[in-house]
Design a protein around this ligand. Sequence first.
Ligand code: FAD
Length: 388
Amino acid sequence: ASAEAAIVVIGTGLAGYGLVREIRKYDKDSPIIMISADDGRAYSKPMLSTGFTKNMDADALAQKDAGGMGEDLNASVWTLTKVTAINTASQTITIGDQATQVHYKKLVLALGADVIRPPIKGDALEYVYSVNDLLDYDDFRTAVAKNNVKKVCIIGGGLIGCEFTNDLLNGGIETETVDPLGYCIPTLLPEVAGKAVQAGLEAKGAKFHFGPLVTEVNKAGDSLAVSLNNGETISCDLVLSAVGVRPQIKLAQDAGITVNRGIATNRLLETSAPNVYAMGDCAEVAGHVLVYVAPLMAQARALAKTLTGDATEVSYPAMPVTIKTPACPVTVSPAPRDAKGSWEIEQDGVNVVARFVGTNGDLLGFALTGEGTKQKMALQKQLPAIMP
Ligand code: FAD
């Protein structure tokens, strides 16, 4: 079998759908095929870590099914369809094992990021979940209900791990969260801010284990035993792994497209292969890997223009991220990866205003908690653009 389209988009996450929605502002009719390995339902991924708080199951979080999206966008949406290879010379992609070929004039990779799976042993690994899309979320909620879950052990105390900790507590489920580093959200926050988040969550009943790694998950009667490498054991009913994500680069790499931490692109979102673009969580745009919604929206606006004939580079303003831990609100704008400077911190209990100041005195980033988050607008104005 074979097919062809002017534009083929692989991925129906916020990146893929966001792009096609933008394209249709300029071009109503060019044939577009969108392909998804999942069921193609449109949903807001950030809401996956607020579902227990809002008491919304997967169907409630789904905004529209693939058929409805196809109609809205005048696109053909292929679901439960995995792209297995890209041939950049013939400009074709291969689907599944059946060697269905699709020819593209322009191909957009909006493949997202894979969850990192920590190396854990034991006889109960089927009770270790991770939630990175709507289908995962459905599985997790189903397991919580089916196993009458009272307590969840969360592996990872970063952004996603802390959001799920807060969300599960809001849903009346106990939590114990394990992280090898020393405090909450350690890769984005300075210690005082991370400790403020910890205090806020502990006041709601969270338990944290900082320092150890999880080594095994085993069955123990009606519950589970999670073993840590400091000799401790946590008893729980289900395990949620949230140790981070990694841009999906394999499909591109196998096709000989240049990859680094993500699929490498320039500011036009062009990869190293002609007529192949990348955006969203899978992309590394001019050296930046930013797995958040605001960057992919900026990419969608620029790439839609480029694909409809008006070559437009993406620019990034400063884009602070709000972390959904209402027990201790957090807004963070990380400094660039290689930035030289130091934290200047004002603290009043769980209210922290931490400024990351460069060696020349310029504000390069900030981390705000509690009442400190009220400073977001004022500080955001002082930040340099990430990519002017
Ligand atoms: P995805 O939504 O992962 O989409 C990838 C698509 O590619 C899927 O449709 C998949 O099926 C398809 N695909 C992949 N490989 C193939 C293949 N080989 N063949 C066919 N299809 C394929 N960001 C924020 O800015 N603010 C937040 O508050 C926030 N909260 C978050 C909370 C959680 C729990 C999580 C997990 C993330 C959160 N993020 C947040 C990050 C944000 O959700 C992501 O940056 C964004 O959703 C990524 O969208 P995407 O379209 O690039 O990837």
